[in-house]
Write a protein that binds this ligand. Structure first.
Ligand SMILES: C[S@@+](CC[C@H](N)C(=O)[O-])C[C@H]1O[C@@H](n2cnc3c(N)ncnc32)[C@H](O)[C@@H]1O
Length: 363
């Protein structure tokens, strides 16, 4: 659990905040946690995934987890969640899958409408501040649903700034592009440039995970159940052993280990799978399947295994002690991996929160 000193500090700072927030689609709380670190008081988070409740509540003191469906909720119920404060912030990161490259933005996806629902809630309660995060494809391909969201805000006379940012510019040790939108009814607002924009300043895999105890494939650390590496099959163990340390990939494998997809000309898109991360670069984008070497460049830079759940959480910039699963229960690795991969990196969220606090202090 995030230490009680940190917990008390977070609670103290956010109690007097001029901004209070409700986080739609809150998951394990990446966005909430970063906003709280910036000094914003988050009153509640909504998510239909009850498996996220433990992580959300355990690490974000004062924020109430509600398993409400954003698609069906009456806006007045959301309005009632805001406590006393000067400015209300409605924050949210609707499920990204319907807009991501993998699903090619298929329109029939049932989550497609959730951004429209976010817009509906904004229209009804008109919070002073709004922030939204999502995959870049939502804006890059000119999705109607994003244009409609922006038009709704424009009609309500919000000042708006949105752009695609790379999380590694904000201190996240990961190359992850995300669409960020900030909107305010108080005056002009803008998304800040990251303080880590210069390539030499970017946080690296080495700075983030090199201090963790070594693990073998399939091993779990006795004092941190999240520091656990997936069990590799015999063949996959041979593959990672044959992969050069520090950024190596399948190109050095002997012929008998080579996969069919790597042999084909059409398999170029699979180039990074089974690869190792580089020590001195940011990691690739953490996904919901980022602890399997067959799903991307998720091999440890030098140990013969995939990254552990704890390493993935650190690469997403969650604090070291962020708790995702109750100690007394058997760890559901799939659920935790999904929460980690889906999260807004807390350091990106903190930068958004800092911009909001600066904005309300100067308008
Ligand atoms: C991209 S994740 C959000 C991650 C979160 N903001 C964080 O930073 O950790 C999207 C979340 O939306 C939730 N979700 C999907 N449909 C929903 C609905 N109808 N109402 C509320 N939450 C929903 C999913 O369970 C998932 O946790």
């Amino acid at each position: 659990m995030v230490s009680s000193v940190v917990e008390n500090r977070l609670r103290q700072i956010t109690l007097d905040s001029p901004v209070c927030a409700v986080d739609l689609f809150c998951g394990a709380g990446g966005l909430t946690h970063g906003l709280m670190q910036a000094g914003i008081r988050v009153d509640a988070g909504l998510d239909i995934d009850r498996q996220a409740e433990f992580a959300y509540s355990q690490n974000n003191p004062g924020a109430l987890f509600l398993d409400w469906d954003v698609g069906r909720i009456n806006p007045t119920s959301i309005e009632n969640l805001f406590g006393e404060c000067e400015y209300r912030l409605l924050a949210g990161c609707a499920p990204c899958q319907p807009f991501s490259k993998l699903t090619n933005g298929l329109r029939e996806h049932q989550s497609w409408d959730l951004l429209n629902q976010f817009g509906r809630i904004v229209k009804n309660i008109k919070p002073e501040l709004v922030t939204m995060e999502n995959v870049p494809e939502l804006a890059n391909r000119g999705h109607e649903v994003f244009s409609r969201f922006v038009r709704t805000l424009e009609r309500l006379k919000y000042w708006i700034d949105w752009r695609v940012v790379n999380c590694d510019h904000y201190g996240v040790p990961q190359s992850r592009k995300r669409l960020v939108l900030l909107a305010s009814r108080l005056g002009e607002i803008s998304i800040p440039d990251g303080r880590y924009k210069t390539p030499s300043k970017r946080r690296t895999v080495r700075q983030t995970i090199s201090g963790l105890p070594p693990l073998k494939s399939g091993e779990q650390h006795p004092s941190d159940s999240l520091h656990v590496a997936s069990q590799l099959s015999e063949m996959n163990l041979r593959r990672i052993q044959a992969t050069p340390h520090d950024g190596g990939c399948h190109r050095d494998w002997p012929d008998e280990l080579v996969l069919e997809c790597h042999r084909k000309e059409s398999g170029k898109g699979y180039h990074s799978i089974y690869g190792r991360m580089w020590w001195d670069k940011p990691a690739p984008t953490m996904t919901t399947l980022c602890t399997g070497i067959g799903n991307g460049r998720f091999g440890h830079p030098e140990q013969d295994r995939s990254i552990s759940l704890r390493e993935a959480a650190l690469i997403q910039s969650f604090p070291r002690g962020y708790d995702f699963w109750p100690q007394e229960e058997v760890l559901n690795r799939g659920a935790v991996s999904r929460m980690i991969g889906n999260a807004v990196p807390p350091k990106l969220a903190k930068a958004i929160g800092d911009a909001i606090i600066d904005h309300v202090m100067t308008v």
